[in-house]
Design a protein around this ligand. Structure first.
Ligand code: FMN
Length: 365
């Protein structure tokens, strides 16, 4: 199949991309004390030439317990923001386009090193997994401050010159903990039996981000049905539930839904082969990004456990793309292990594609 379809430009509001390939957000933990170093800038610059849009690793907002790792970059504080300014200026100079992924981890297990954030982990009900409380249940004030901190981070992104902003609402982190009935047991206005009720926190975050960046800057929201705590969870079990979930988020200001799956080819609901990004686009009319094992044989959680992946065909991806299921394609590990991946695909050099092995996680090349 013709990969050139992926190399057509994309334009939405003030965002113009040279092609449809997005570097997926990937935590690298190479920013000591939350400050992105020159090595972090060089890592993104190596990918800026051929990737349409770089989405940064998750970078945490201004809350004491927003991170569970001392080497994850902050998106607040003078030194961290100066580090990000160097990143975006160098990415632009190399011809790239970039959005930060703004993040709050919610209630997590402590980091392997034993490091703990300066305040207890916080979430809708303090649960680290359904049924196990290890963190703090957020008060109304905590919630309001957190929404405001997301807004401030988005405003900083715009001030520094980033081209768009992505909100991390996926994978069982804070925003997703509010969405998920297993983790959100609140009986006030931030919880509820239905997904639209539990979406209120996400909606308010989107509104705060939109208010901070204005109408013309693209806001991306990353969502997933699956959770790191439980791969089998599905927030929306039918297209109707998905529509009731996504429509208020679209109305609050999302321009692009970034629909995270571990394997992009898996259908979301019975009776159709559409994946999450396909349904999100069909139901909301918004642009979507698909992601999950593009160009690789194995999925990413297994990669953390040491499983290697081999290059695989893009035919199924292209079939769906050409059918109009999604607008953009995010690629994680293939671009992490090989900055030249988009060029090799475009030029048809499949014999030069590399396997993904766990070693790639340990360096910032
Ligand atoms: C090392 C690593 C770190 C990741 N960190 C993040 C992150 O910070 N935020 C996020 O939304 N997803 C994160 N992910 C998930 C990726 O964005 C992507 O969805 C996943 O790797 C599937 O894409 P792939 O199969 O092309 O690698 C991470 C993945 C990897 C491999």
């Amino acid at each position: 199949m013709d990969v050139q379809a992926l190399y057509q430009p994309f334009s939405l509001k003030s965002l113009t991309l040279k092609n449809r390939i997005v570097m997926a957000p990937m935590t690298r933990s190479f920013s000591p004390n939350g400050i992105p170093t020159a090595d972090v800038a060089a890592y993104y610059v190596r990918r800026a030439g051929e990737v349409g849009l770089i989405i940064s690793e998750g970078t945490v907002i201004d809350r004491l317990a927003s991170s569970n790792d001392p080497d994850v970059p902050h998106f607040h504080g003078q030194q961290s923001l100066e580090g990000w300014k160097r990143v975006i200026d160098q990415v632009h100079a190399a011809g790239g386009t970039m959005a930060p992924q703004i993040w709050h981890v919610g209630v997590m297990r402590p980091h392997a090193s034993g490091w703990m954030p300066p305040a207890p982990f916080e979430g809708p009900s303090g649960l680290v997994v359904p049924g196990e409380k290890t963190g703090t249940e957020m008060t109304d004030r905590d919630i309001g401050d957190t929404i405001a901190a997301f807004g401030r981070a988005a405003g900083e992104a715009k001030r520094l010159g980033f081209d768009a902003v992505e909100i991390h609402g996926a994978h069982g982190y804070l925003i997703d903990q509010f969405l998920w009935a297993g983790m959100n047991k609140r009986t006030d206005g931030w919880g509820g039996a239905t997904l639209p009720e539990r979406s209120r926190f996400a909606v308010e975050v989107v509104k705060a981000v939109r208010a901070a960046v204005g109408e013309d800057t693209v806001v991306i929201l990353r969502l997933s049905q699956w959770k790191q705590q439980d791969f089998a969870v599905k927030l929306a079990k039918t297209p109707e539930e998905m529509e009731a979930w996504l429509t208020p988020l679209a109305e609050a200001g999302v321009d692009i839904f970034h629909c995270s799956q571990r394997r992009f080819w898996q259908p979301e609901f019975e009776g159709s082969d559409l994946n999450f990004a396909g349904w999100a686009k069909k139901l909301t009319g918004k642009a979507t990004i698909t992601v999950g094992s593009v160009g690789l044989s194995g999925e990413f959680i297994a990669a953390f456990q040491g499983e290697s992946s081999h290059p695989s065909s893009l035919d199924e991806l292209l079939r769906r793309f050409e059918r109009g299921d999604f607008d953009l394609v995010a690629v994680g590990r293939a671009i992490l292990s090989d900055p030249q991946w988009p060029t090799k695909i475009r030029e048809g050099h499949s014999e030069q594609l590399r396997d993904f092995t766990r070693d790639a996680l340990a360096t910032l090349y």
